[in-house]
Design a protein around this ligand. Sequence first.
Ligand SMILES: Nc1ncnc2c1ncn2[C@@H]1O[C@H](COP(=O)(O)OP(=O)(O)OP(=O)(O)O)[C@@H](O)[C@H]1O
Ligand SMILES: [Mg+2]
Length: 383
Amino acid sequence: VTHVRVGMVGAGQLARMTYEAAGPLAIPMRLLAAREDDSAAKIATDVLIGPPDAESALRRLAEGVDVVTFDHELVDLGILERLEADGHTLRPSARTLGVATDKRAQRDVLGGAGVAIAPSADVDSAEDVRAVASEHGWPLVVKAVRGGYDGRGVWTVGSEDDAVAVMEDAAQAGLRLFAEPLLDIERELAVIVASGPSGQRVVYPPVETIQVEGICHEVLAPARVSRELADEAVRLGELIARTVGSVGILAIELFVVDGRLLLNELAARPHNSGHLTIEAAVTSQFENHLRGVLDMTLGDPSLIAPVAAMANIIGTPDTGDPHHRLADALAVRGAHIHLYDKEPRPGRKIGHVTVVGGGLGDVRERARSAAQILAGGPMGGPR
Ligand SMILES: Nc1ncnc2c1ncn2[C@@H]1O[C@H](COP(=O)(O)OP(=O)(O)OP(=O)(O)O)[C@@H](O)[C@H]1O
Ligand SMILES: [Mg+2]
């Protein structure tokens, strides 16, 4: 049998869970890990070590596999374009990643395609931020065009003094920035779309994400919105996946503002908002990512139960080794625990818990309580 080999750039928890999905299908996977102790590198048997933005490392990966895919956004688009020009298959493509890794390009390309999105302007100085504020008022949100995650690269700016401080720091880091109004967000949703290379597509039921200080703490499925808004989110997901030429998983983060959907951002990879699909959907986002990039029939994205909740396990100064509390967390009925085997630094996602069931209040409570036990301290945020 000739197996088609998948190479993944990056070896974090997304690669780890993709690798776990590859197992039952006996799909061979090779990883490019920045470090030997990266989450997925600890369980994979075929791992290259090298920086994800170095051409030599990416070429070594691409030459040994049939399809290259990605677990993070820290890629150099110029290198990816050269790999494609040399005949390597990248899924998603360099073109898709060009949009998905660049919040400015997302606004230009998708705003141009008719997707509703908050007004924004490039800013290069505190003076520029003040000019945006004179149009939209304070507070504003200043964001890095590339490279942000878990709220790093997102600053709320309430005044001119704030703007001076943020712009000084950002200038030192050499970041390209833009500013947009601080929105009065009713809810945050995410739509996960799985696509094949010839435009086959399935869309997961929209989920609701709960952020605390820019970090996703919980995900609820299905999202607590009207049927009409959920249908609209699905249509938006299909439109956006088609517009950016997505292959594999595309995650689309949306805001509900004044009862209407606005695009927040995209990620062209499996996404935190889709972790609950491992236990709560007929086919997980990780398996559908592999099926999409390998041009195999996509699996059913439907939920297998009325509701599901996921809680992230986020490191605190007291977390220590979560394994010491694993037995206690497993005592929570129905808790599906995923530990990523990462150093539990404060604010870092080191695992998650999913609970599937019949009532949202109940599954949410159980997911939160198991996650809290493993984090070694209370999790913040709304109930
Ligand atoms: N204009 C805005 N108004 C109000 N809140 C915002 C705005 N933009 C972002 N946020 C909040 O900050 C969070 C993080 O923003 P964003 O998704 O752009 O950052 P990120 O660091 O790239 O996220 P991720 O962790 O998903 O990679 C959002 O989920 C939302 O809660
Ligand atoms: Mg985000």
